[in-house]
Design a protein around this ligand. Structure first.
Ligand code: ADP
Length: 435
C-alpha cells in the first residue's frame, strides 16, 4: 500500500512542478524572457522544498505527540508516513512495557527471591523477596553478589560453577534462617539465582537427625545392661534346662543384632551431622585394605571362602577420613562375605585410571536383579527379606557406604547378575592436589 501512496504523492508533485514551469514559460514568452522566467520558477520551487524540509525537521525535533504539519504532494505523504511509523513504535513500546510490568508484578508476588546477575556475577535485577531475604538496596546494582553472600561454601559453590545441585547456607541477614540457592546460567554467561527460605524444612531434617542420634544413644545403655546379664546367665548356663538355653542363645543373638543396628545408626547420624572435609588427611589405601582383608578373613573363617586383594597401582593415597573409609570398605567386603555361600570367591581390587581411584569388591555370590540397584543404598532396603534373616545385616551398610563416598568426592557403582555374582565399585574423583 505504501508505495502506491508514495507514488500518488510523487505524481502530484511532478504535476505541480510541470504546472509551475509551464506558467513560468507562458509568462516568460509574454515578457520575452523565457529562460529567466523558468529560472525564477525553479528557484521558487527549490525555496518551497527547503521550507518543507525545515518544517519536517522542526516537527521531528518537537518531542511531544503533536500531529504532523499539513502539507500536500510528496511532503504530505512523507509527514503522514513518518507519523504512522512513530505511532506504531509507541504502540509496540507500550505493549512491551506491559509485558515487562507483568513479569515484574509476577516476580514481585513470588515468595522466592529471584536475582539476575550479569556476566561478571554482579547484581543486575532482583525482586522484592530477594531484597527482603538478602537485604539489597537499589544502590547495590552492579556490585558483586559475593559481597552480600560471603559464606565460604556459597563463594566456592558460586565460583566453581557446578550448579547441578542447590546449595543450603545460613542467611547472611538473619542467622536463624536457612536459605537454599539454585543458580541457572542463561544468555551470555549471565546467571539467575533463585533463593528459597528452607528454614522450616531444615528444622524438620535437623529434628529427624537429632531424634535418631538421641534414640540410638539412649538405647545403648539399656542394651549394654541386657547383654551383660545375658552373658552372665549364659556363663552359668549349665544349670538351665535346654529350652531355656535355646531361648538365651536367641536372646543373645538378637541383642547382638540390635547393638549392631544401633552402632550403624550412630555412624550414619554422625556422617549426616558432621561437616565433611574436617580432619581429612592423606590415607594410605594399601595398608587399610590389608586390614579390611584380614578382618574379612576372620569373619569368613568357617565359610572357607577365598578372599584376594589385588593392588594394581601401589602407593595410592586418598585425602580423607581413615575411619570413615575403613567403615565403607569393610561394609562392602562384609556384605560379600555374608551373601556369598561357603567356598565362594571374593576379590578386592585397587587401581587408578584417568586421575580417578577405583576400589572394587566382586563376589560369585547370589547376585540380584538390576531393578534393585537404585534402591540398595536406601536405609533398610533389602533385596529379599528371607535372604537376610540369617545374615544378621542391619540394612544400613550400603547407606553408610554411600554417605562416606559422598564425603570423599566419590560414588558407588553396582553391577550384579542373579546367580553369577555382584561387583561393588567405589570411584573417587579427588580434586587435583595443590602443591
Ligand atoms: P544389610 O545389612 O542387609 O547387608 P546393606 O545396606 O549392606 O544391608 O545391603 C542392602 C542389601 O543389598 C542387602 O540386604 C542385600 O540384599 C543386598 N546385597 C548387598 N551386598 C550384596 C552382595 N555382595 N551380594 C548380594 N546381595 C547383596
Amino acid at each position: 500500500m505504501r508505495p502506491t501512496v508514495l507514488l500518488r504523492g510523487y505524481s502530484v508533485e511532478v504535476r505541480r512542478l510541470l504546472i509551475i514551469l509551464s506558467l513560468c514559460a507562458l509568462v516568460g514568452l509574454w515578457l520575452d524572457h523565457v529562460v529567466w522566467a523558468l529560472l525564477v520558477g525553479s528557484l521558487f520551487y527549490l525555496a518551497w522544498m527547503v521550507w518543507q524540509i525545515r518544517r519536517l525537521n522542526l516537527w521531528l525535533l518537537r518531542k511531544n505527540d503533536e500531529p504532523p504539519p499539513e502539507s500536500s504532494g510528496i511532503w504530505g505523504d512523507l509527514f503522514d508516513n513518518i507519523y504512522h511509523l512513530q505511532r506504531r513504535q509507541v504502540q509496540e513500546k507500550n505493549s512491551l512495557q506491559a509485558v515487562i510490568n507483568r513479569v515484574q508484578e509476577t516476580s514481585a508476588a513470588l515468595r522466592d527471591g529471584v536475582i539476575v546477575l550479569d556476566w561478571r556475577g554482579c547484581l543486575d535485577w532482583w525482586n522484592p523477596s530477594a531484597q527482603r531475604l538478602l537485604g539489597f538496596h537499589s544502590s547495590d546494582q552492579g556490585k558483586s553478589v559475593i559481597n552480600f553472600i560471603r559464606h565460604p561454601r556459597f563463594v566456592s559453590y558460586f565460583e566453581e560453577g557446578d550448579y547441578s545441585e542447590p546449595l543450603e547456607v545460613p542467611s547472611p541477614r538473619f542467622t536463624s534462617k536457612q536459605l537454599q540457592f539454585q543458580v541457572t546460567r542463561f544468555g551470555r554467561n549471565e546467571r539467575l539465582i533463585v533463593v528459597r527460605d528452607v528454614t522450616q524444612l531444615h528444622k524438620l531434617e535437623q529434628m529427624r537427625q537429632d531424634f535418631v542420634a538421641n534414640v540410638s544413644h539412649e538405647l545403648r545403655t539399656p542394651l549394654t545392661v541386657i547383654s551383660g546379664y545375658l552373658e552372665t546367665l549364659s556363663d552359668s548356663g549349665t544349670d538351665l534346662s535346654p529350652p531355656w538355653q535355646r531361648a538365651l542363645a536367641q536372646m543373645q543373638q538378637q541383642s547382638k543384632r540390635m547393638s549392631l543396628l544401633i552402632n550403624d545408626l550412630i555412624t550414619l547420624s554422625k556422617l549426616e551431622t558432621t561437616e565433611s572435609g574436617h580432619n581429612h588427611k592423606p590415607v594410605n589405601l594399601e595398608p587399610l585394605l590389608h586390614t579390611v582383608k584380614s578382618e574379612a578373613q576372620a569373619l569368613s573363617a568357617d565359610k572357607s571362602q577365598t578372599i584376594t586383594l589385588e593392588v594394581q597401582t601401589p602407593g595410592l593415597q586418598l585425602q580423607g577420613n581413615e575411619k570413615e573409609l575403613h567403615s565403607a570398605f569393610s561394609n562392602l567386603v562384609t556384605n560379600a562375605v555374608k551373601y556369598t555361600p561357603a567356598g565362594g570367591k571374593i576379590a578386592m581390587r585397587l587401581w587408578q585410571a584417568h586421575q580417578q581411584i577405583f576400589f572394587s569388591v566382586s563376589d560369585n555370590g547370589p547376585g540380584f536383579d538390576s531393578k534393585h540397584i537404585p534402591h540398595l543404598t536406601q536405609r533398610f532396603y533389602r533385596v529379599e527379606q528371607s535372604r537376610n534373616s540369617g545374615t544378621g545385616g542391619t540394612g544400613l551398610g550400603l547407606a553408610i557406604v554411600k554417605h562416606v563416598l559422598l564425603r570423599h568426592d566419590g560414588e558407588l557403582q553396582i553391577t550384579s547378575e542373579p546367580g553369577v555374582g555382584s561387583i561393588f565399585t567405589c570411584v573417587f574423583s579427588p580434586p587435583p592436589m595443590s602443591h
